[in-house]
Design a binder for this molecule. Structure first.
Ligand code: PMP
Length: 358
């Protein structure tokens, strides 16, 4: 029987494992940072109508440049942005892939500060971009002087900053991002997948776009917008950056159904983002509760919390799963990450963890 190793795949892909959190059918799923609130019946109805309308034209290719969707996204982001500043794709993972295809590639390098979102390094690998793993500080933040030194030492073609960071929840102050922008020789990507969950006082890097033509801010509809199943990610940048991405994107990459669904979701944004306040409050309560158990907990500006430290984190993860609660074994050794769910789901998590660690 032919196995993977018998095929003539690229040498640099040999021995790699595919990315993926376990997708298990358990009662309480707190492992992939989704929004736990499903679409309302009104939204489902509007989605159905939009799909019906789009369905009547499915013999034709979709708008290749997704112009109407980009207008809606620009309107949502504000900051004086227009459709020319926006680009959309199938999840921010595809956005990241297009960025690396355009600005990375063979002979080029990308640098990120770990622990962070592992798809940055994985997509760097699949686009043959050399990955440089720099380190975050013990509190999971960045020390500007050390960040600058490592960028100056490596002169990467791309720098990835994730704020709020996954899996730690840590947001970066804007002045740290500005200092990185001042020294980075290439593109700087700020991955803001969790921006809408930020605590008061945490600002978005969108405000740094004017005057920084090499800054790219990426966002997604998978988290706060509760549209993970739709697969829409997007970015804001100088229009010239989007011209670069047009060179690598596949024609008609974003289906007519996806574009239609995303536009309906944006029209319903008040309801969809209405869950964010509840999730933020639940997150802050979870941080307090975990600290009250004597655990170490990273400050979080996201819809998840990283906590530890456990001598055998896999055992804790497994025993929570035995109790029907699936969280994520990710991040530095000894730590675990829990996504914020509904109040009922978080009560189940607290009850299970109490049993496991007592
Ligand atoms: N960036 C970060 C930091 C993430 O955590 C995720 C999802 N886990 C993504 C990007 C990708 O999300 P999506 O492709 O669903 O937009």
């Amino acid at each position: 029987m032919t196995g993977l190793s018998d095929l003539p795949i690229r040498d640099d892909l040999r021995g790699r494992s595919p990315y993926g959190a376990p997708q298990l059918d358990v009662p309480v799923q707190l492992n992939t940072n989704e929004n736990p609130y499903p679409p309302t019946p009104e939204l489902v109805e509007d989605l159905a109508q939009a799909v019906r309308r789009a369905g009547a034209g499915l013999n034709r290719y979709p708008d290749r440049d997704a112009v109407e969707l980009r207008k809606d996204l620009a309107d949502y982001l504000g900051h004086g942005l227009t459709a020319e500043n926006l680009w959309a794709a199938n999840g921010s993972n595809e956005i990241i892939q297009q960025i690396l295809q355009a600005f990375g590639g063979p002979g080029r390098s990308a640098l990120g500060f770990e622990p962070s979102y592992s798809m940055h390094s994985i997509i760097a690998g699949s686009t043959s971009t050399r990955w440089i793993a720099a380190e975050r500080e013990a509190d999971f933040g960045l020390d500007p002087a050390r960040a600058i030194a490592v960028i100056e030492a490596h002169e990467p073609d791309l720098v990835f900053l994730t704020s709020p960071n996954n899996p730690t929840g840590t947001a970066l102050p804007l002045d740290v991002i500005a200092e990185v922008l001042a020294v980075a020789p290439g593109m700087v990507v700020v991955d803001e997948a969790y921006a809408e969950f930020a605590r008061a006082g945490t600002a978005s890097a969108l405000s740094l776009l004017p005057g920084h033509d090499r800054l790219i801010v990426t966002r997604t509809m998978s988290k706060a917008f509760a549209m993970a199943g739709t697969r829409v990610g997007y970015l804001a940048a100088h229009p010239a950056v989007i011209d670069a991405l047009l060179l690598v994107r596949l024609p008609y990459h974003l289906s007519a159904l996806t574009q239609a669904a995303a536009r309906v979701a944006l029209a319903h944004r008040e309801t969809l983002l209405g869950t964010v306040d509840a999730l933020r409050a639940e997150r802050d309560a979870t941080v307090e509760w975990l600290r009250g158990r004597g655990l170490r907990v990273a400050d979080s500006d996201a819809n998840f919390v990283l906590f530890g430290e456990f001598g055998d984190r896999h055992d804790v993860w497994r025993r929570l799963l035995d109790r029907g609660v699936l969280i994520r074994e990710v991040g530095p050794e000894g730590w675990l990450r829990v996504t914020i769910g509904t109040p009922e789901e978080m009560a189940a998590f607290r009850a299970a963890l109490t049993e496991v660690i007592q």
